[in-house]
Write a new protein. Sequence first.
Length: 603
Amino acid sequence: MRNPVNVLNSLSMHSKESSYQYERIYRLLYNPEMYYTAYQKIYAKPGNMTKGSDNRTIDGISLMRIDKLIANLKSESYQPAPSRRKYIPKKKGKKRPLGIPSFDDKLLQEVVRMILESIYEGHFEETSHGFRPNRSCRTALACIQKYYTGCKWFVEGDIEAFFDTIDHDTLIEILAERIKDARFLRLIRKFLNAGYMEEWQFHKTYSGTPQGGIISPILANIYLNKLDKYMKEYAEKFNTGVRRAHNPKYTAIQVELRKWEYRLKRAATVEERQEILTHIKEIERQRCTIHSKVDMDTNFKRLRYERYADDFLIGVIGSKEDCRKIKQDLKNFLSEKLRLNLSDEKTLITHAASPAHFLGYEISVRYSQLPMPGRKNAPTRYNNGKIVLKIPAGKIRDKLLEYNALKIVVHNGKEMWKPQARVYLRNNDDLEILSHYNAEIRGFYNYYALALNSGTINNLKYVMQYSMLKTFATKYRTSKSVIIKRMRIGKDLGVKYVDSKGRERTALFYNEGFKRKKDITANCDIIPKTIVYSGRSSLTERIKAGKCEFCGKENVPLQMHHVRKLKNLKGKEPWEQFMISRKRKTLAVCEDCHHKIHGDKMD
């Protein structure tokens, strides 16, 4: 069997060639090594221990199970099981539907995703940032900071119920442009038409991609790549002029300045020279307040577009009428070519002085009467035209309410914040409680570290600190002041614990500050990378070894026993002690041992 790395590399070689067409893709699904690589990538996710509609999880995965899946693919009798639908809360009390596929479907979808990513990754535009390797919300925001300088208008794009309204026929047509393999396209359609189970009733899916499915993000990017290509061509036609026209007022001041500089060279006395210098400085200060170019030059237009998943933001140097036309053209394209609806209410045209909302940030262009940082006493221009990213007002409060760390009390008509204990954490040990709070603070800060007002996250830290203290006070049935004395370590608060090697350690409450960051290389979206493994994984070697890791029986087919979290094991059973000692969430066992583990009959 061909090595998956070589297979995917050969596909990616032609990814950038838009006219290249791929054939005989379906046969790649017959390669067991592809499934071993896919299994290695997704096995550690806790969600794999959630049952699908077939009542099965990742637990018990075996070579026979993979071989059976491949056999069904060869005969084209494979049929994905309907997803089990759950609902997760959204903002403003709404709920988002989430489909939970069976694990066999997840495994096959991961193989299909790796193939699709190799085919399309080089074909995608640089303006697409969602669900792609080494790209994230932060790369999208960094591009906005870099390329939207001086824009006059924002167009905030919103596609109505995008993931639920993707047209299946249109998606298959888009895939067929590059993939000339009818069997592979039929498989994709099977995933799209698999349906879902809700309250034990089967529902067909006539449009949309299954939210929660592994292939949904890559299919969404392939679908919206048509929009990215359209906006690239649109921007090329829209952009006019090489540079803005010169501002006559600025030119007049420059001429006046040169006259006085000429007089300075011919000044006869020190007093006359000093008087001319004072006048020159005043002219230079006036020059700093005037743009060298015409601010609204009708012969100079620019358009810039960035997209993350189904959200996009367009920056425009032009008139509001231009923005209205862009919005209408976008609406027509989405409706006619992609059969999607652009929301009139949520697709806003915003002046750059007012904040537009994108990826949880407020984005605006700075208009200031303050000079830019420069040399002391040296005249500098006003600090205008730069993109400003800010944490929206109310975001910290909403996040604290979401964490259940805050309650709001109204006193004399004023809103007062009061930290509150999170009672559901009191059964955790001290280190787990502290780590829980630290992780939430770091998570919020890491996302909003690009914001100009990142220092306001101190407000979140303050409330979280006292919420933690109240949680500890509830756990130990004492006062907050007693907890502070107990946790005080120098100027900080912390918890002492003993690590696995018996050494005493100290974990401190977050104390690293909230300085604004400009580096966006870290914290990219965590997406399984297509080509990372150069050889067989340890999991594959273990399951292929044919030797039960518990009883030692040899030359027997093995099944991989999985647990959701290692810390949930109590260590009472011998097999639990075995997994804890090896710090593994998996155990390759024979069929007899696996039955005994689930039947609580293991000796």
